[in-house]
Design a protein around this ligand. Structure first.
Ligand SMILES: NC(=O)c1ccc[n+]([C@@H]2O[C@H](COP(=O)([O-])OP(=O)(O)OC[C@H]3O[C@@H](n4cnc5c(N)ncnc54)[C@H](OP(=O)(O)O)[C@@H]3O)[C@@H](O)[C@H]2O)c1
Length: 230
């Protein structure tokens, strides 16, 4: 699906990193943007882009906030939902697992994309694109995600998010739902040593999204279009 000035794109975690770059690039080609930011303190970066963007407050860790956004947007048409917001969780290995931190990571990284997708089903049904992108990670690949670190919460959350993608793709045949791996990207989360600039990652993911056929629903793809093993 080509996303163009007639398209509306909703992005979570829109105030920095990959989310903010999605806002910038889709706004640059004229798409209507609904940029979702956690609170009023985090909207400055989006406003500083100086492009026409609609900002919605959304704390994805709060199910009431998700429901209320769904209600506000229920009569609208949305073509593409990018479930981008995520947290890293504790990274100190098995000894460092803290139940509250682990569950908070699962809530933001897995449950919230599911709840938001559900809340936006009416708006997606009015759109032409009918696409949901889950920003996942190769870190959640059970086959490939075995780097030597202590990232239990994050990796488990992205594996579970991939199942959410597969399940939604199976249940909602009129939607195209995919998991995307952005690469290792220079953001607050990726760190300075990361391999690619955020502009390159997002340009790649946009390319993947623009060439997706509905038959690709349920896939796990990297920013360069390659398939990642589950
Ligand atoms: N960077 C990488 O190398 C890399 C690699 C693989 C996958 N990813 C994935 O790519 C996506 C974006 O990552 P990033 O590198 O851009 O991360 P980031 O720089 O840490 O930004 C995370 C974003 O998520 C938002 N967020 C977190 N909790 C939220 C909440 N409860 N409600 C609303 N927004 C919330 C943050 O908002 P606040 O500013 O308000 O905290 C921020 O906008 C994530 O899904 C991440 O897992 C990144």
């Amino acid at each position: 699906m080509i996303f163009d000035p007639s398209s509306t794109v909703l992005i979570t975690g829109a105030n920095r990193g990959i989310g903010l770059e999605f806002v910038r690039q889709y706004a640059e080609i004229g798409c209507k943007i609904i940029a979702c930011c956690r609170n009023s303190l985090s909207i400055d970066a989006v406003q500083a882009l100086d492009v026409a963007v609609e900002i919605e407050l959304l704390d994805v860790a709060n199910s009431t906030s998700i429901e209320s956004l769904g209600n506000r947007l229920s009569g609208r048409a949305i073509d593409l939902v990018i479930n981008n917001a995520a947290v890293r969780g504790h990274i100190g290995g098995l000894a460092d697992i803290d139940a509250d931190d682990f569950l908070a990571t699962m809530q933001v990284n897995v449950l919230s994309p599911l709840l938001l997708t559900r809340a936006l089903l009416p708006a997606l049904s009015y759109g032409r694109g009918r696409t949901v992108a889950m920003i996942s990670s190769r870190a959640g690949s059970i086959t490939e995600g075995h780097d030597d670190d202590g990232d239990y919460a994050y990796r488990c959350s992205k594996s579970a998010l991939n199942m959410a993608t597969a399940k939604l793709a199976y249940e909602f045949r009129t939607l195209t739902v995919i998991s995307l791996h952005p690469g290792w990207v220079k953001t607050d989360m990726g760190g300075r040593d990361a391999e690619i600039p955020v502009s390159e990652s997002v340009a790649g993911m946009r390319r993947v999204l623009s060439t997706l056929s509905p038959l690709a629903s349920g896939a796990f793809l990297a920013h360069d279009g390659s398939t990642i093993a589950w």
